[in-house]
Design a protein around this ligand. Structure first.
Ligand code: ADP
Ligand code: MG
Length: 340
């Protein structure tokens, strides 16, 4: 296992900058989740770490060893980094056990087989060791891919949306299997996902990407509670945005004031309020414009002064009814904004 460090890494294609000076650390034996929408550069980061393509600026180190720099790309085979992608990519003509044994070619045959079986057992697939990929479900194939990636004791493992194709129940199950395996083996892990809940759940550290730039790197709880920007806040869950002016140390929104510590009086500010940070209490400052069940909560649209916000709330309300929206400070943020 090794720490992986990216320092000011950039990657361009013919006309597009896909990664723009990204600096990141995947700490040894920790899980770093990379969260971002489709096209934000997540897979490119993994391909660069794996040595599957060159970078244009910056450097990548695995442990102390520099593996990528402009004009230098240590070949993928020499990096000892395991990978699991969304599309399973098992060898179709090999059994599950032979797929796992494939990367163990330095070991004597008997040991290879034993280790492959042990790994299949570990991911809950001991009974299907001799099945071929086409005889396995999608979730089972991903278990084989995980065992194959971890069996050779890689320095790190790269997981690129490994459960995206699976239904929610299987997905949760496989997420647990995967996290247990990488934690027990203390494998440095980069976990790519576009699902904020999944990222928050799996991450020891969370890196939020947008359009090839890093928006924030932090512990997941910290990122949620202390977003670095409106965009970073929005990446982790539904938010409401409002642009206003700082007066008496706060910005007034149609649903209440939000404190603006550290911002200059009279300056422009962007207010971000998480949908979960709006409590609905008896009162009249807002009107219920829509109500939809959302698990334990209702997703409620509230309206005041012609402005509509979303609230995720355990309160049960009726369409058209008056209510009081109370903005909880813990999920309400103010950022400075340029003058228009
Ligand atoms: P993500 O994994 O976050 O969805 P990617 O890293 O796959 O994003 O891609 C980031 C951007 O780079 C996308 O806009 C994509 O179209 C572009 N891109 C990826 N690979 C290539 C390539 N080989 N040539 C040109 N553009 C590419
Ligand atoms: Mg991708």
């Amino acid at each position: 296992m090794s720490t992986i460090t990216l320092t000011e890494v950039s990657r361009h294609y013919a006309s597009a900058t896909v990664l723009n000076s990204v600096s990141l650390t995947a700490l040894e034996a920790h899980v770093l989740a990379l969260l971002g929408p489709s096209g934000s550069g997540k897979s490119t980061i993994l391909r660069l770490i794996a040595g599957l393509e060159p970078l244009d600026a910056g450097e990548i180190r695995i442990g102390e060893k520099r593996v990528s720099a402009p004009g230098f790309t240590l070949p993928a085979e020499a990096r000892r980094v395991g990978m699991v992608f969304q599309d399973y990519a098992l060898f179709p003509h090999l059994t599950a056990a032979t797929n796992v044994a494939f990367g163990l070619d330095r070991l004597p045959r008997a040991e290879r087989e034993e280790l492959a079986l042990r790994w299949l057992d570990r991911v809950g697939l001991g009974k299907r060791a001799h099945a071929f990929p086409h005889e396995l479900s999608g979730g089972e194939q991903q278990r084989v891919a995980l065992a194959r990636a971890l069996a050779p004791q890689p320095r790190a493992i790269l997981l690129d949306e490994p459960f995206s194709g699976l239904d929610p129940v299987l997905r949760a199950e496989l997420r647990d299997v995967t996290l247990n395996a990488v934690r027990e083996t203390k494998t440095t892990t980069l976990f790519v996902t576009h699902d904020a809940e999944e990222a928050l759940m799996v991450a020891d550290r969370l890196a939020i990407l947008q359009a090839g730039r890093l928006l924030q790197e932090a512990a997941p709880r910290y990122a949620y509670d202390h977003p670095a920007s409106p965009e970073a806040a929005a990446a982790l869950g539904p938010v409401n945005m409002f642009v206003g002016r700082v007066q008496n140390g706060a910005v007034t929104t149609p649903f209440g004031d939000v404190a603006a510590p550290g911002l200059a009086e009279g300056s422009n500010a962007r207010v971000v309020v998480r949908a979960e940070a709006i409590a609905l209490t008896p009162g009249r400052n807002a009107r219920i414009a829509d109500v939809r069940p959302h698990g334990a909560n209702d997703l409620v649209r509230i309206e005041a002064d012609g402005v509509i916000w979303d609230a995720l709330t355990p309160a049960r309300t009726q369409l058209g009814e008056r209510t009081n929206a109370v903005l909880q400070p813990a999920g309400s943020f103010v950022f400075s904004a340029p003058s228009p």
